[in-house]
Design a binder for this molecule. Structure first.
Ligand code: FAD
Length: 405
């Protein structure tokens, strides 16, 4: 196994770096580098810039309008974007539903949906989880009843990330109660503008709205929006989850945030504390180890063009576990580096251009502006070991696959 990049791969990296340097809007990268709030407009602006280049679906094969990059090229692209301060691509369209539509959707579905996903124009949401059906996803109850050429959908989804912006949602729905729960699930594409769809925000501790409830009340969905075969949705759902979990590893973002942690620790004086520096060093070792694991996976996949970034569920689970734990550690260390200056919470401090002390007429109890978002980010990142399938459940999957049971 050769973990070094070839001359062509290095040249590819340079090309991407130059392109990102010339196209990533400065106001967006400023927000990313300082952990400030990104608006819908920020996220979609970047998606559309990538889309124009044919890179919003950067892992797609050429057959479907993607660049057809190898696993190594995809990795380099992700790294250059993350280090430059590009926002994470909102995955629901290009990373999750698109590969399912490519693999299992009809030609008509591919022609209808893939162009809008690639261009970044159409915002997708993920409708898997329900109250009581998260880890035990197969127990889901949201029902789709076939009436002629229509499915009538009734039920609820929850934790729908950024669902307040969603134009389309891909949903797992119950179409049969016969046999095992997994065998009665179907995969439906639902237009969120359909009558009977209601999105209710779940307001989080930091006052942000990142997740939602989505309700379906007699929503009529054309049968042509069924992906693949009725009652085979569980197979497609698992295919999608392998894409989702592989992406959650986020080692490149961790590399960028490690440097931010060091900068904050230096300004706050904690970098001189040997015990604190030990924590940073341990984190760095784990980030390098995760990177090596990813490079091993990428290296084994060298030359493969058409996998669309998919890993097997066990490897994806491993990357998800380590990556999410690392994300939690760097947010914790940043908060500790800020010490008491991290604790005051002012929502406006998450907005770009906030002037801290001046805005409060000299009453800002925090230190440097970089301290303002640290605690909110720390709390927000407790989500990483839960979403995409909780880490406890990932450990079960990895151990069953690797050790057998
Ligand atoms: C911020 C955020 C965003 C999300 N976005 C989306 C989204 O866009 N779309 C979507 O469909 N879903 C989304 N989810 C839902 C997410 O997938 C679920 O929260 C997750 O699968 C866990 O399910 P649950 O919340 O029902 O917890 P539960 O399944 O009730 O689990 C509760 C606890 O029990 C543990 N546990 C459960 N079963 C086992 C087991 N067999 N062995 C060991 N421990 C176990 C879990 O690890 C957890 O600690 C999101 C969640 C969060 C937090």
């Amino acid at each position: 196994m050769d973990l070094n990049f070839t001359a062509e791969e290095q040249a590819f990296r340079e090309r991407i770096r130059a392109w990102v340097g010339g196209h990533l809007p400065k106001d967006i990268s400023h927000k990313v580098h300082h952990a400030l709030d990104l608006s819908r407009d920020d996220l979609q602006r970047w998606a559309r810039i990538l889309g124009k280049e044919g890179w919003h679906g950067y892992a797609w094969p050429q057959q479907f309008g993607g660049p057809g990059w190898t696993a190594v090229q995809r990795h380099l692209f992700e790294e250059e974007c993350a280090l430059a301060g590009a926002p994470r691509i909102v995955p629901f369209g290009p990373v999750m539903v698109a590969p399912v539509i490519m693999a299992f959707g009809s030609k008509a579905q591919q022609e209808r949906h893939l162009p809008g996903i690639m261009s970044g124009d159409v915002w997708w949401s993920q409708g898997y989880s329900e109250p009581g059906s998260g880890s035990d996803l197969a127990s889901l109850k949201c029902k789709a009843e076939r009436r002629g050429n229509t499915f009538v959908v009734n039920g609820q989804k929850t934790w729908t990330t950024l669902g307040q912006y969603g134009e389309w949602i891909f949903c797992l729905v119950r179409t049969s109660n016969e046999g095992k729960p997994q065998t009665g699930i179907s995969f439906l594409l639902i237009d969120m503008k359909s009558p009977g769809v209601t999105v209710r925000p779940i307001v989080l501790l930091d006052c942000s709205v990142e997740v939602n409830e989505v309700w379906f009340d007699n929503v009529e969905v054309p049968a042509e929006n069924l992906v693949g075969e009725e009652n085979k949705g569980w197979t497609y759902a698992k295919y999608l989850l392998a894409h989702e979990r592989a992406g959650i590893g986020e080692v490149n973002r961790a590399k960028r945030e490690l440097e931010r942690l060091k900068r904050i620790a230096k300004v706050e004086g904690l970098y001189d504390d040997v015990r604190f520096r030990d924590q940073i060093a341990l984190l760095e070792v784990d980030i390098v180890a995760l990177e090596m694991l990813i490079l091993r996976v990428v290296s084994a996949d060298r030359g493969s063009k058409n996998e669309g970034g998919k890993q097997s569920l066990d490897v994806a689970g491993l990357l998800k576990i380590r990556g999410s734990e690392i994300q939690q550690r760097y947010t914790e260390l940043m908060m500790l580096a800020g010490g008491p200056y991290s604790t005051p919470f002012i929502k406006e401090a998450m907005e770009a251009g906030w002037q801290g002390d001046q805005a409060l007429g000299g009453a800002w109890p925090g230190g440097a502006a970089h301290c303002a978002p640290l605690t909110a980010t720390y709390f927000n990142y407790r989500k990483t070991t839960i979403y995409g399938g909780s880490n406890e459940v990932q450990r079960n999957i990895v151990s069953q696959t690797v050790l057998g049971s």
